[in-house]
Design a protein. Sequence first.
Length: 58
Amino acid sequence: MIPAETSESERSAELLNEQIRGLMARTGGRLSDSQRREYEVLVVEWAAAVRGEIVKAA
């Protein structure tokens, strides 16, 4: 079986959640276009990390 590729910058769901919260706190919840793209990337990465942590726990 070929192992799934992982990124060197793979981050935990907890860390990603902190980064999302920090972004929202810094911007007061009002995101510019570039900040919205950053938020979207973080949320997608967070969701993948959560799924990965659930699989590991199973």
